[in-house]
Design a protein around this ligand. Structure first.
Ligand code: AMP
Length: 488
């Protein structure tokens, strides 16, 4: 069924067309008619499937059938992060043009004044994160007694981020009689319980499983030692065809460190994570979208659901511990039928997590062996070594914080960071011998005659022996990283 066959207002159809949506995505095709028929709905779908429009289109259509009486909102969309709230808000604004419906967005980390002013001017659709919504409710600025449609977006993420109590607090304030829509990428037990609690006789719809997105992304892995990841990233970014890259780290400090390293190397980069102010996050995101920044470094929570049009490269600087996170990460690229590439940097200690990803997506991710920083350290750390490393990192971070605080107290200008010795990954006795100097990317003229690499046995290939940089193995380099032939 096309959008034209759905009972939607002509103006809404016009807006859908203006957004470039020619045909509904599967989740939209299944959801829109059901929501228009005023059914409760549970959608198992992740971002990238078109799920926002799957609820935005019918919500707009239903609300546009009658004008609002009073100032209280008639639809409420709860979503876990500020970035998602803004994205959903923008979607509602674009799809709702000319329908005389007012959408308002609430999220924390910014001044509440403009949000309160927007609420007071009358609202049809309220898009909010749970914390700020509860806060403004208790201050008496939000009236939830007229909500006709409630949308709970990214329910599993709400759960992961510990927002379910906040969500329940919101639910208590909603009128009994209402239509409920709930979306979640995964369905763990607590989400099943929430479905039973919130939804009345719901229709269940499911978007194509994540593997569909995964298939469109050209994926590769680079086995590397932890200490060499910064250099590997800089080397990878030497390729001018990587116009913009979204780089994922496990931690916020890790994200900041990557940005510092890249900035020193002359790459325009910024980070978004929970320690950054909302304004800093928005600025970084819009600069990245406008191509003023080449690299955006993000933690999983901050980047959840980010929709960056035309993003071609995702780099997993750290391998995620939860395999599904990998699918979410690489789903930022290859959107709306486009292709994309995902590069993963994997150390010996991340190998188990990497293999879990391969099991989840049921495919082997090709290894790029032709890079100047091949893995030298093939012995995973013991539990004790991991703990010692964690404590060492923690002590360093605390010392750095203390130095910063002391400088700020003394009113001294920010000092350039003194070079620090690398954090030891292993006790000195177990450290590998000093590595030979790294080869620079040589010119193709110097390339040695091609040697065929024997097909590696599965399992064995993950602990490669120390390899020299092999510039001649062009065919092992993913297409996206291959340099165009030189013009003579
Ligand atoms: P979402 O899953 O809601 O985050 O949407 C992912 C991306 O798909 C967004 O950039 C939408 O603008 C886009 N999109 C949504 N619906 C359609 C459609 N029917 N046709 C083409 N693109 C769409």
């Amino acid at each position: 069924m096309g959008f034209e066959q759905m009972p939607l207002q002509p103006r809404l159809l016009q807006n859908i067309q203006a957004e470039g949506y020619q045909a509904p995505t599967p989740i939209q095709e299944k959801s829109i008619p059901q929501v228009l028929a005023r059914r409760d709905l549970f959608g198992c779908a992740q971002t990238g499937t078109g799920k926002t429009a799957a609820f935005a289109v019918p919500v707009l259509s239903l609300l546009a059938q009658e004008p609002r009486r009073g100032k209280a909102p008639r639809a409420l969309v709860l979503t876990p992060t500020r970035e998602l709230a803004l994205q959903i808000f923008e979607n509602f604004c674009a799809l709702g043009k000319g329908l005389s419906l007012h959408t308002c967005v609430l999220f924390g980390g910014v001044k509440q004044g403009p949000q309160v002013a927007s609420l007071e001017s009358g609202v049809d659709i309220l898009v909010a994160t749970p914390g700020r919504l509860n806060d403004l409710y208790h201050q008496g600025f939000v009236d939830l007694s007229r909500i006709e449609i409630f949308v709970l977006d990214e329910a599993d993420r709400m759960l992961d981020m510990g927002f379910l109590p906040d969500v329940r607090r919101v639910l208590e304030k909603l009128p009994e009689k209402r239509q409920n829509l709930m979306f979640s990428a995964t369905i763990p037990e607590p989400i099943k319980a929430l479905v039973d609690e919130i939804l009345q006789n719901p229709v269940h719809v499911r978007a194509a499983p994540p593997a569909t997105t995964v298939e469109k992304v050209e994926q590769t892995v680079y086995f590397v030692d932890r200490e060499q990841k910064p250099k590997l990233l800089q080397w990878v970014l030497e390729d001018p065809r990587i116009g913009s890259a979204l780089v994922f780290t496990r931690t916020k400090h890790g994200a900041d460190r990557v940005v510092r390293d890249l900035t020193r190397a002359g790459v325009r980069a910024a980070a978004i994570h929970g320690n950054k102010s909302q304004n800093a996050r928005q600025k970084a995101l819009s600069q990245f979208k406008n191509h003023q920044l080449r690299v955006l470094v993000a933690t999983d929570i901050a980047a959840r659901g980010l929709d960056i049009e035309g993003l071609t490269h995702v780099i997993n600087y750290d391998i995620p511990e939860v395999p599904e996170t990998y699918v979410h990460r690489i789903g930022r690229t290859a959107r709306a039928g486009r292709s994309g590439a995902a590069l993963s940097f994997c150390t010996i200690d991340e190998k188990a997590d990497f293999l879990a990803i391969e099991r989840l997506i049921r495919r082997e991710i090709p290894e790029v062996t032709q890079h100047p920083y091949p893995m030298q350290n093939c012995t995973p750390m013991t539990k004790e070594q991991k703990e010692a490393l964690r404590l060492e990192k923690q002590a360093r971070a605390e010392a750095a914080r203390a130095r910063r605080a002391a400088r700020e107290k003394a009113g001294a200008p920010a000092r350039k960071k003194a070079p620090q010795p690398p954090i030891s990954q292993k006790p000195a006795s177990q450290k590998p011998a000093a590595q030979p100097p790294r080869a620079k990317r040589p010119s193709p003229k110097k390339a040695a005659p091609e040697q065929k690499r024997p097909a590696p046995e599965r399992g064995a290939r993950r602990t490669p022996p120390a390899r020299a940089f092999r510039p001649d193995l062009e065919k092992y380099v993913p297409k996206t990283l291959r340099r165009p032939p030189k013009k003579h």
